[in-house]
Design a protein around this ligand. Structure first.
Ligand code: SF4
Length: 333
């Protein structure tokens, strides 16, 4: 089986106690069945603490957060009590994997890191070591997708990433052109013949049809979603604004790599393209330190399936995500 991943994937190291946010805050971790069974039989004070902390919610076993919204296994020195006493293998699947992402398509697999981890965010947004590494592993399973649609998505994703490279000094224009490229590919997914695409023509059209940018409507859309932390709420209510930068291009690259192929599940690429554009725009509009804002964005949005689904739906229903509105914001400085 072919495994693909960005070169920075192998350089990630959790900084545990030195982490400025920590994945042991605000999230109630879902414990897989094997780990839950192991924790229930564990002797001693750690076993007692785990049994006290585990509870059932919506059919899942979770570790309920403490009053200060920390994982109950979190220690004052920032380390995990389970890992410190029993080693990494004793962690549940969620904690062992985070922030590593894995998309298994049957005959190939893609790996990545989650932007919601501050240390991973540094690697992703630096834009360095982003080239794809390919390695072979034994154990081939059959493809779990339509081969023609996957071939189109793989090739069109390459071209989407090339667009970012071509317009890397003008991220807003790169993303505006990406919207048109998304529609070109969507038409092919819908069965139309392939059509010529010119980014320059797309940008000329974008400038003609763009409506005045409406940042307030876009941020209001995010205020209607589930909000995890007061810091995010406050940032949405008092955006500082910022200019386009190379880090926004790096964020767009990460999002394209993570979401483009997911259109294989429902053949709906355009809602994912709009999600990518809205994500980069929102981080730009909120401003502040992009490392902090983008990481917080990811924790609030990407790690909440309901929020992602709401934005994918909003791509078709919300005036804030209408093409002409997105283009207006993208083409601002
Ligand atoms: S968020 Fe990332 S760096 Fe921080 S504790 Fe979790 S895995 Fe480690």
């Amino acid at each position: 089986m072919e495994i693909r991943y960005p070169a920075y994937y192998d350089t990630f190291r959790c900084i545990a106690g030195a982490c400025p946010d920590s994945c042991c805050k605000e999230w109630a971790v879902a414990v897989d069945a094997d780990a839950a069974a192991f924790y229930r039989t564990l002797p001693g004070s750690l076993g007692d603490a785990l049994r006290e902390a585990m509870c059932e919610e919506d059919g899942d076993t979770i570790l309920a957060l403490t009053a200060d919204r920390r994982c109950p296994m979190w220690r004052e020195d920032g380390l995990c009590r389970i890992q410190a006493q029993l080693g990494e293998d004793a962690l549940c699947h969620t904690c062992r994997q985070f922030p590593r992402l894995r998309h298994d398509y049957g005959d190939f697999m893609e790996l990545g890191l989650e932007l919601s981890c501050p240390e991973a965010a540094k690697l992703i947004l630096s834009g360095e070591n982003a080239q794809t590494v390919v390695r072979q592993e034994s154990g081939v399973e059959s493809a779990e997708y339509d081969p023609d649609a996957m071939a189109l998505l793989l090739e069109s994703r390459k071209q989407a990433l090339d667009l970012l490279d071509t317009y890397r000094s003008a991220p807003g224009q790169a993303l505006a052109a990406l919207l048109f490229w998304g529609y070109t590919v969507q038409a092919q997914l819908d069965g139309e013949e392939s059509a010529d695409f010119s980014a320059e023509d797309a940008l000329r059209t974008a400038k003609k049809i763009a409506a005045p940018g409406d940042a307030a409507s876009l941020l209001a859309l995010y205020q209607e979603l589930e909000i995890l932390t007061p810091a995010w709420k406050q940032q949405l209510e008092a955006p500082q604004g910022s200019s386009w930068s190379a880090a926004h291009i790096a964020m767009a690259r990460y999002l394209i790599e993570r979401y483009w192929l997911q259109a294989i599940s429902d053949w709906d690429l355009i809602c994912r393209v709009k999600f990518i554009l809205a994500s980069c725009l929102t981080v730009k509009l909120l401003g502040g330190d992009i490392l902090v804002t983008a990481q917080r964005y990811s924790k609030e949005i990407e790690n909440d399936a309901d929020n992602v689904d709401a934005l994918l739906d909003a791509a078709y229903t919300s005036p804030a995500l209408a093409d002409i509105r997105l283009l207006g914001l993208l083409l601002e400085d």
